[in-house]
Design a protein around this ligand. Structure first.
Ligand code: SF4
Length: 235
């Protein structure tokens, strides 16, 4: 049996191990406060990291604190976060999310998620406007070290190309499938996510994957069934 024909569970662990060797294991230390991570991740939708950061710091500088952001006039807040894509959609989502957090918890804090079971915490976060599974899993993994897996565009694309998930699987379903094949260990899941993200930016890019340089090519469906046969070049 060729490497790419192995069961998806085995390929998932091989992918994790090969990328761990390639990019070296990372420590899982929260990069910013819980509220900062939540709101910044909302700002990051379809926006690069630099523009998301600019929007966050402009917003905080202009409105001072969460109370100020929550009560800011629509146009002023939209202008402050205008380096992000779709600021007009993000303004009501962020302000409503802040309102819900303040109303339900009495303060602008999501620290309570620490003690909540994973499923409950996921359900609570995804009830907030503008917070989907990707944002919720990112906050819960990066900040609370809960065993969940953010499936961003890179994780999703590489998982499909390698054949860890099927071609017709949705991103939300991919979360459950990939999670089911990985250890329920936050550090493993964090490294799996971060390494696939880096690999997607450097090697397995959307437009033209650099398969010949890729450490995953021995187990990858795309490489063995498409690239090695020259099908993509012929197209
Ligand atoms: S072999 Fe090619 S398609 Fe497969 S993961 Fe590597 S770069 Fe992506």
């Amino acid at each position: 049996m060729e490497g790419y024909e192995l069961p998806a569970e085995e390929k998932t662990m091989i992918t994790h191990e090969l990328l761990n060797q390639e990019y070296k294991p990372l420590r899982l230390d929260p990069r910013r406060s819980h509220m900062h991570e939540l709101i910044s991740t909302m700002l990051s939708h379809r926006t690069n990291h630099k523009d998301e950061e600019k929007a966050f710091y402009t917003m905080m500088e202009r409105f001072g604190d969460w109370e100020g952001v929550m009560n800011a006039p629509f146009d002023d807040l939209a202008e402050a976060i205008s380096t992000t894509r779709y600021p007009g959609q993000k303004v009501p989502q962020i302000q409503e999310a802040l309102r819900i957090i303040k109303e339900e918890r009495g303060e602008f804090s999501i620290d309570f998620l620490e003690d909540m079971p994973v499923e409950e915490a996921l359900a609570w976060l995804t009830r907030l406007p503008g917070v989907g599974l990707k944002t919720a899993t990112l906050v819960l993994l990066f900040n609370f070290k809960k065993p969940v897996l953010p499936v961003d565009t890179h994780v999703f694309r590489i998982s499909q190309r390698v054949g860890l998930i099927g071609a017709k699987v949705t991103a939300n379903k991919a979360h459950d499938i990939l999670l089911g094949m990985l250890p329920k260990d936050a550090l493993v899941l964090f490294n799996f996510h971060k390494h696939l993200l880096k690999h997607g930016q450097l090697i397995c890019t959307w437009s033209y994957p650099r398969c010949e340089k890729c450490v995953l090519n021995g187990v990858c469906n795309y490489y063995n069934q498409v690239r090695a046969k020259g099908i993509d070049r012929a197209a």
